[in-house]
Ligand binder design. Sequence first.
Ligand code: UFG
Length: 331
Amino acid sequence: MNVLVTGGAGYIGSHAAQALHLAGHNVVVMDNLYRGHQQAVPMGVAFSQLDLNQTNDICELLSLHKIECVMHFAALAYVGESIEQPLTYYQVNVGGTLSLLQAMETAGVRRIVFSSSCTTYGQPKTIPLTENLPQKPISPYGWTKFIGEQLIRDYARAHDSFAYAFLRYFNVAGCAEDGSLGEDHRPETHLIPNLLFAAIGKESNNEMTIFGDDYNTPDGTCIRDYIHVEDLAQAHIAVMTALRDGDQRFYNLGIGKGYSVKQVLDAAKRICGVDIPCRIGSRRDGDAPQLYADASKIKEELDWNPRFTDINAIVQTAWKWFQSNPNGYGD
Ligand code: UFG
């Protein structure tokens, strides 16, 4: 298929663009490079530096490449930042999705795979998380993803043949197994990259803080579901391939198993072969004690199964990247 990947110079988008390209699809990456890196756009993939608010230019791009499906990754994605800058988050994540839909409408593109988040469920009362739990976000970031879903739902209701899929990610982790692509967030707030920076002894990150060890979990630290970025990319392809006119799909994307912060720390120590200096800090606002997916819906409906289900293997792929690229893409 001819596929537009918005945010394809970012962490998840670049891995998806590469997987689509390798699977034989014609891929066009669109990214404003605000947080993305042009070096992350895989070889052989067309690139256009556009912002989501450039509706007319996006429309032209869609028509030029005869795009049949849009994978919409481009977004701001820091919970903490969204609390400090809610308007920016609504503008980029909600306004950007609106602009993209307008461009798609004019260009006649009728399929979208939307990057949503398990954070739209807020602090659920039951785990593992199934898709039919009520969505009650607790941060502006979570609300922007929830409203993005609603926007697409309402648009689809008015256009019979329009098809969509919402993919609600859990904690996306790891890097391309062959070392070709990686994770380069600035600032970096995620657990695994910060552990690996501490292992390398990177100046600004030479001591890790564990955000709370007094949660009601077996070892007192928070439990999350870490899904490998390449498994996530394959799930996007499976979903896109299954989409038919008028389809409305939504899936949780995790491995269906949780690891605690301390378990991830132990894995990182094992893989890196060094001690990682750590201190116990206070809880981080908004962190739920346990979040992991019931991932059976996508497994049953689309026969998607993650290749990586062991935290050591996931961390290993990230370690390969961070060791070879301590300064990320270097831009
Ligand atoms: N953590 C630490 N120390 C750190 C960084 C993280 O102890 O330096 C802990 C966190 O408190 C949390 C766990 O490690 O318990 C994972 O934290 P991350 O920041 O890596 O990921 P989050 O679970 O906070 O957030 C991720 C995505 C969000 C998404 C969310 C959904 O980054 O975009 O999952 O739950 F909204």
